[in-house]
Design a protein around this ligand. Structure first.
Ligand code: BG6
Length: 474
């Protein structure tokens, strides 16, 4: 099997990291709008610091981001020039329902995205749309405590039904919740959760997870009812766990850690809670708030495909105290002596992508979609803003080779690949602009200064050739 002619080559962004315009067009605020750059960011992201009001002494990088709100026409022209077949983006829930659960949607917000989809269609680019990419309406956090409350399911599905109906014929690929397992690591970013000392942390997180899983299943059901052409996917922050040694304890630890992350998409893809999760809840006294009909809803509405982000693998051991730890996408890992790291300590492992593809395909037997992958690096533009990013080309080339091997040698079914941060955008973990992923340079600095001018990098021309040759020219 070789890459199909319909393979969806593309790029990805998220509303909160690119769009800006958070006070424009009748939009309401959401959790990501109150994530400042700087030292408090992570504590707020984890739900450890209750900080629901915007503060004058904070800088909020998402407020303007790369101002796609005003630049989307020229941005889509550039994406088309690169030859993109698919563009992954997310909707800002509060641009459509400013309070999350308003009686009627905000027409200006609906129109904003409709214009984007029409422009994409004109350019022959298929949208792949995430309903919630780190996006929980602030009003619902205040009203319900966000996803810990079951009423979120209704608010989310009203929003989902509205956009499925409005964009019927314009959008057919949907993702329900971005990196759903982030709920374990950054509960405020993933679920708008603020955890106090009185909270049983695991209880709140798994209860919120149950509500998100129900909402995702219901959204899948509605998407199929609205249009049988709709294809709905779940989305995992991917990257397998390696045992640090061949000690049986380390291998078992790696299995347990994989299960911990895959739990969410196990439910979304298979339609039921896996035994290991039920046992964990029983052991730890966590009560999943099942109500009548929940099991059937999950069972009857699994996703059509499984998508994931992949930046790095992780290495684990049952004997952690003896090892040096490094960072990675969302959670930490032991330093793997066989891998180099990015400037942010994320371990570069292209073969790990092939392993992940194999593992996920074996586990679910559903088509896969790599919806994020890329290298966050400091770029040094010349005076014209041009960047010679051979390091990014090298990183992406190796990952594309790995995905081709997974398809051609291992027989994995893969729908497409969208490179993360196809235009430079705000980094989710740090709020920085200087952690750049793009094939298009955006003139903006960490302090918010810059002209916002877009300039294709060397990788832009390389990727254009990759797409045109269906990855024959790497
Ligand atoms: C994923 C997210 O976690 O990784 C993206 O879905 C994020 O939103 C990406 O930007 C890369 O992480 P970061 O922190 O380098 O932006």
């Amino acid at each position: 099997m070789t890459l199909s002619e319909n393979f969806l080559w593309g790029g990805a962004i998220a509303a909160n990291q690119a769009e800006g315009g958070i006070f424009l067009g009748g939009r309401g605020l959401s959790n990501v709008d109150i994530l400042p750059q700087g030292e408090d960011r992570m504590a707020i992201a984890k739900g450890d610091l209750d900080n629901l009001e915007r503060r004058d002494d904070y800088y909020y990088p998402s407020e303007v981001a790369i101002d796609m709100y005003h630049h989307y026409l020229e941005d889509i022209d550039l994406l088309a020039e690169m030859g993109l077949k698919v563009f992954r983006m997310s909707l800002s829930w509060t641009r459509i329902f400013p309070n999350g659960d308003d009686e009627t949607p905000n027409e200006e917000g609906l129109l904003f995205y409709e214009n984007i989809f029409r422009k994409l269609k004109e350019k022959g680019i298929e949208p792949l749309v995430t309903l919630a990419h780190f996006d929980v309406p602030l009003a619902l956090i205040k009203k319900y405590g966000a996803w810990r409350d079951r009423r979120m399911v209704e608010a989310y599905t009203r929003y989902a039904r509205t956009v499925f109906t409005r964009y019927q014929g314009l959008v057919k690929y949907w993702l329900t919740i971005n990196e759903i397992n982030i709920l374990l690591h950054q509960p405020f970013v993933g679920g708008g959760l603020i955890l106090t000392d009185q909270d049983n942390r695991a209880q709140v997180i798994y209860q919120a997870a149950h509500h998100q899983l129900l909402a995702s299943a219901l959204a899948t059901k509605i998407a199929h009812e609205v249009d049988t052409d709709n294809q709905v996917g779940c989305m995992l922050a991917g990257g397998s766990h390696y045992p640090y040694t061949c000690r049986p304890e380390d291998y078992l630890e790696a299995i347990h850690r994989d299960n911990g992350e895959y739990f969410f998409i196990d439910v979304q893809a298979r339609g039921y809670y896996p035994n290991y999760a039920l046992k964990k809840c029983q052991r730890e006294g966590i009560e999943i708030p099942f109500e009548n009909g929940d099991k059937e809803l999950l069972r009857e509405n699994p996703v059509d495909f499984v998508s994931f982000s992949y930046y790095c693998s992780r290495t684990v051991t049952a004997f952690e105290e003896d090892y040096q730890v490094t960072t990675g996408n969302l959670f930490k890992s032991i330093k793997n002596p066989h891998l180099a790291s990015t400037e942010w300590g994320w371990q570069i492992d292209s073969l790990g992508l092939r392993s992940s593809l194999n593992m996920l395909y074996n586990r679910y037997q559903k088509p896969l979609f790599i919806v994020e992958n890329g290298l966050g690096a400091v770029d040094k533009p010349n005076e014209e803003g041009y960047v010679e990013d051979d390091y990014r080309i090298a990183y992406t080339r190796e990952h594309i080779k790995a995905l081709k091997d997974a398809v051609e040698i291992d027989g994995v079914e893969l729908l497409g690949y969208t490179s993360w941060g196809i235009l430079d955008l705000v980094a989710a973990s740090t709020g920085q602009m200087s952690k750049r992923y793009g094939f298009i340079f955006v003139d903006k600095e960490d302090d918010g200064s810059g002209s916002l001018k877009r300039t294709p990098k060397k990788s832009f021309y390389w990727y254009r050739d990759v797409i045109a040759s269906n990855a024959e020219n790497l």
